[in-house]
Design a binder for this molecule. Sequence first.
Ligand code: MN
Length: 312
Amino acid sequence: MSVTLKINPKQFKQLTDYYSAQLVNPVPYSEFRAKAGSVTITGYTSGKVLFQGNGAESEAAKWSEIGAESPSKSKSTNKDNLSELPNGFVNWTIIGNDEVGNGSYFGALTVVSCYLPKDKQALIKELGVKDSKELSDPQIRELAWQIKETIPYHLTVCSPIDYNRGVGKLNANGIKVSLHNFTIQQLIKKLSKEQLNELEGVLIDQFTPEANYRKYLKNEDSPYTEKLYFVKKGESHHLAVACASIIARDAFLESLETLGKPYGVTLPSGAGVNIDQFAARLIKQAGVEVLDKTAKKHFKNTQKALKIAKMN
Ligand code: MN
C-alpha cells in the first residue's frame, strides 16, 4: 500500500517538522525519511511525499485532508488547508486547545488548554508527544503525567451531570465554546507576565466554523477573543494542541473508570450499538437515573437503550 502527495514548500516544511522526531536514514533524492508506526514516509526534493506500508492511506489522509494535493485527484477544494495558519506557526509560542469525550455517550467532556513556549518544544518532542490517535491508552496516561510536569495547562472536566444540565440551555457546540473559553481564561490566570508577553496565539482544534465559535462567544461573560486561530487536525499543526489532546484524553479515560466504579464497571467509550446494549444492562442494574450521572443523555443511545431494557 502506498500513497503519494504533492505539496507546496510551506506544507513540505510543516510535514518535515511533524515527522522530525521519527527520522530514519534518507534515500537518494530524498529530503527526509521517517517511520510512523508501520508507515514509511519519504519526502523528495521535488516536493513529492511517498507514504508506504500498512496504514499508509490513513497517514497520508492526515495531510490530504488539510489541503495537500494528491496528484491522482483533482484540485482539493478543502478550505482548511495549511496555509491558513501564518508562516512558521508550528514554532510559535501558543496556547493549544482540544476536547475529548464529545463523541462518546458515556463519560465526561474534557477540555484542556496547554501553554507551550518555543524553548520547551524540543523537550515535548523527546517525551514522544504526537497525535493522540497514534498512542495507546497506557502511553496516553504516562505522557499526560509527563506533560503536566513540564508545561502550564488547565484541565476542565464537564461531568455528565453538568453536561446534561447545560444541554437544557445550550446546544452541544454552545457548551463546547463555553468550556474552551473558560479553560483558556483559567490557564491565562496561571501564566506569569513574561509568559503572557511571549504568547503569540491561541490555537483551537476546530470543531465548528470560526464564525460560529465567535457567535457563541458573545454569550460568555468573559470572552477570550485575541489572536485566536482555528484549524482541523490541530494536533498535526502544533504540539501545544497535541499536548492538550493527550491530557484531555487521559482525563476522559479516567472519567470512564471513576463514573463506572459505583456500578462495578469501567464505562465503554463510543456511541455505537454495543453502547446501547451496555446502557440497557446498566439501566436494569441501577435504574434509569444512572444515565444522569454517567451519560450524555441527549444522544440517540438513550432512547435505544430504554427500548432494549424494556424488551428484556
Ligand atoms: Mn479535537
